[in-house]
Write a protein that binds this ligand. Sequence first.
Ligand SMILES: NC(=O)c1ccc[n+]([C@@H]2O[C@H](COP(=O)([O-])OP(=O)(O)OC[C@H]3O[C@@H](n4cnc5c(N)ncnc54)[C@H](O)[C@@H]3O)[C@@H](O)[C@H]2O)c1
Length: 255
Amino acid sequence: MFEQRDRVVLVTGAASGIGAAIASAFAAAGARVVLTDVTESAGLALAEQIRAQGHSAEFRRLNVTDEEDCANVAGQVLTRHGRLDVLINNAGIGHVGTVLETNGADLDRLYAVNVRGVFNVTKACLPTMVDRRAGAIINLASIGGVVGVRQRAAYCVTKFAVVGLTKAMALDHSHQGIRVNCICPGRVETPFVKKMLAGYPDPAAAYREMCATQLTGRMLHPDEVAAAALYLASDAAVSVTGTAFIIDGGWSAGK
Ligand SMILES: NC(=O)c1ccc[n+]([C@@H]2O[C@H](COP(=O)([O-])OP(=O)(O)OC[C@H]3O[C@@H](n4cnc5c(N)ncnc54)[C@H](O)[C@@H]3O)[C@@H](O)[C@H]2O)c1
């Protein structure tokens, strides 16, 4: 039921953190993985590492904010593989700040990647899925798309939007055989979080605080998010669409 053999899977933001874990997990499960990212060197190196393990992976440079780039990469995937089975919209960026500590440019920057990026890549990839009446789209939202998070004003705006877009797309396209879901992780220990921690006056104290927001007392590992993506893309999840799948160590259970 969890089989991914020969499925063609495109992952955005695959050069680092959660995207890298997802790309590796799908490749190990037998998929043909197209890793994409703006960061070319790390993406190429990871694709090579996956191939060295005997799995199928290739890297293509893709800036999700660039519509032309998205159309080109979608076209290249079709030319090479003939179809796209799974799209994982993972690329995302963060910002720490209240509304007063966030300027319009910060909000626009986050919106461009986290929301327009998901929109752009999906718009480029969806028509072929509709033609084949099959596909799974998985968006990386966040627990910041389910509950408010202190000092994450711009980030919450974008992640609530990703949850909304996921549900709207599920309504529009599930009857065409395309399941659309998003994953809402709590804190996951990745370069994204490490970069954020470095901006705090006391990074060690901030680290402890970030671990404590999960009832489990620890941050998640990127592989735990990859496991959820594998499930949501698999036939085991054939009836799962329009959901915001929470993996947050109990963060949102209550106070
Ligand atoms: N780490 C967490 O705690 C956490 C929690 C919840 C949700 N998320 C979400 O998971 C996703 C991945 O986060 P991560 O922690 O692995 O981050 P990360 O910073 O480790 O990796 C993000 C990747 O996205 C790429 N990227 C950034 N802008 C891009 C663009 N314009 N086009 C293409 N690629 C771009 C980066 O180069 C990087 O490789 C994000 O959407 C993030 O919001 C992360």
